[in-house]
Design a protein around this ligand. Structure first.
Ligand code: NAD
Length: 470
């Protein structure tokens, strides 16, 4: 693990990281114990004053070097992501590019943090506002984008002048460890970024959050764990950013360009094997085109080559672990029992590795598990709807609100639907919403705060107001 610029073993032993393509152990990594947690927070706390007061340009240039180095190591990082997480090499290369862009974007934002000067309404006084880094921050990240979910938090935190403890997911700690080394090469001073690994996340995260020196938590992961961390953060009134689960509707209206809609559906559904929080989870297609859309989507999904993630020919790799495959299989089986029909796939292959086939379900009842719960796999449930109103009602009938997709040839209609969708992000005739220059985040139980865009850096800054007699 990386603490105070030094590599160290874990005081609680080690744990294994599996290759999802075979289920075999790939590597053993340190398991952080109480001593490591305290050392990492101490290092981040000691490094804070000088990093927070470093010239913004200096922080920006470190981030810019991190951008260059990440791209220079694209192949190595992509291979590692594929190996430990199971996404195809093409997807992993895409992730490295996306991850690197957060360094570039926030290197540009680091030098643009401003305050404000206003005249008090009564005229006599001035209202001066300053921004300063919130302080030592804990970043807890999921396995589905082992690099990008870390850089999406780390880059704005460093740009703002915060120091961090990163806790990557237990399934994919290797990429985060390599990133720690890369950042040191980019010129991040010792202690500014610390990386702790563990397969006992509740214990470690609890320890770090209880430490008085920690001022902020940024979490990406499931809504269930997010809720429990919000409760813990409440005890210390910590600042929080939460990027939680999704259940994205993908709406295809009857005037849509079906070629574009199927292309968009392939991206929205199949990127990272369907293991994205923004993944299209429910397809609501107007009845006149529902049959044709489902057939065309099934043909495209059937043509995907499945295999070990690091095989250059693979388009759909394994899921990350056995638990995920079981969850997908259960949702599909229960949905079929509830009346859904299998157009493609629908059953687990035998053999090694955590594979689940590309699957299309039609005639899916609106209350079937695949339509209500986040699937997090290569399963596309298609529901035929009468009209825009029914599509919207079904789309919004959920407690989550991260992303949604709408396909229509009529831009006014598309904007009308976009405005009514209860989500934080809409792909309008686009199957991909993620963009480092755009505010990423959810409404309802999908989260609090935004990552990327102009908003992203403000998650790591606080406002100080100085009442001024001029
Ligand atoms: P998860 O909640 O199980 O784990 C996320 C992180 O939390 C991991 O680092 C894990 O070790 C840690 N964790 C797990 N249990 C914990 C506990 N009790 N206390 C403290 N930390 C704990 O989620 P996951 O399975 O790794 O990721 C999938 C979920 O993440 C999906 O729901 C997906 O939608 C969501 N996700 C959201 C976004 C977003 O930006 N909104 C992005 C990617 C993934």
């Amino acid at each position: 693990m990386l603490v105070a610029g030094q590599w160290r073993a874990g005081s609680a032993g080690t744990f294994g990281v599996a290759d999802p393509s075979t289920g075999r152990e790939l590597a053993r990594v340190p398991r952080a114990g109480a001593d490591d947690a305290a050392a990492a927070v101490a290092a981040a706390s000691a490094a804070l004053p000088s990093w927070a007061s470093a010239a913004p340009r200096e922080r920006a240039e470190v981030l810019r070097r991190a951008f260059d180095l990440t791209l220079a190591r694209r192949e190595q990082l992509a291979f590692l992501i594929s190996l430990e997480m199971g996404k195809s090499l093409a997807d992993a290369r895409g992730e490295v590019g996306y991850a690197a862009e957060f360094f570039r974007w926030f290197s540009e934002e680091a030098v643009r943090v401003g305050g404000e000067l206003r005249t008090a309404p009564a005229g006599a006084h001035r209202i001066l506002t300053l921004r300063r880094p919130i302080g030592v921050t804990l970043l807890v990240t999921p396995w589905n984008f082992p690099l990008a979910m870390v850089t999406r938090k780390l880059a704005p935190a460093l740009a703002a002048g915060c120091t961090v403890v990163v806790k990557p997911a237990e399934d994919t700690p290797l990429t985060a460890l390599v990133l720690g080394g890369l950042l040191a090469e980019a010129g991040v001073p010792p202690g500014v970024v610390n990386v702790l690994t563990t397969d006992r996340p509740a214990e470690l995260v609890g320890r770090v959050l209880a430490d008085d020196r920690v001022r902020k938590l940024s979490f990406t992961g499931s809504t269930q764990v997010g809720r429990s961390l919000l409760r813990q953060a409440a005890d210390r009134v910590l600042g929080v950013s939460m990027e939680l689960g999704g259940n994205a509707p993908f709406i295809v209206l009857d005037d849509a360009d079906l070629d574009a809609a199927v292309d968009g559906a392939m991206v929205a559904k199949m990127r990272s094997g369907g293991q994205a929080c923004t993944a299209a989870n429910r397809f609501f297609v107007q009845a006149a085109v529902a049959g044709e859309f489902a057939d065309r989507l099934a043909a495209r999904m059937a043509a995907l080559r499945t295999g070990p993630a690091t095989d250059e020919r693979t388009e759909l790799g394994p899921m990350v672990n056995e638990r995920q495959v079981e969850g997908i299989a259960r949702r599909v089986e229960d949905s079929v029992a509830a009346g859904a029909k299998v157009l493609l796939g629908g059953s687990r292959p035998a053999g090694l590795g955590y594979y689940y086939p590309a699957t299309v379900l039609v005639d899916v009842p609106a209350d079937a598990p695949v339509a209500r719960e986040e699937i997090f796999g290569p399963v596309a449930p298609v529901v035929a709807v009468r009209d825009e109103t029914e599509a919207l009602a079904l789309a919004n009938d959920t407690e989550t609100g991260l992303a949604a997709y709408v396909y229509t040839a009529d831009l006014a209609r598309g904007l009308r639907v976009s405005e009514r969708l209860e989500v934080g992000m809409v792909g309008l005739n686009r199957g991909l919403v993620s963009d480092p220059a755009a505010p990423f985040g959810g409404v309802k139980q999908s989260g609090l705060g935004r990552e990327g865009g102009f908003e992203g850096i403000h998650e790591y800054l606080e406002t100080v107001y100085v009442a001024t007699a001029w």
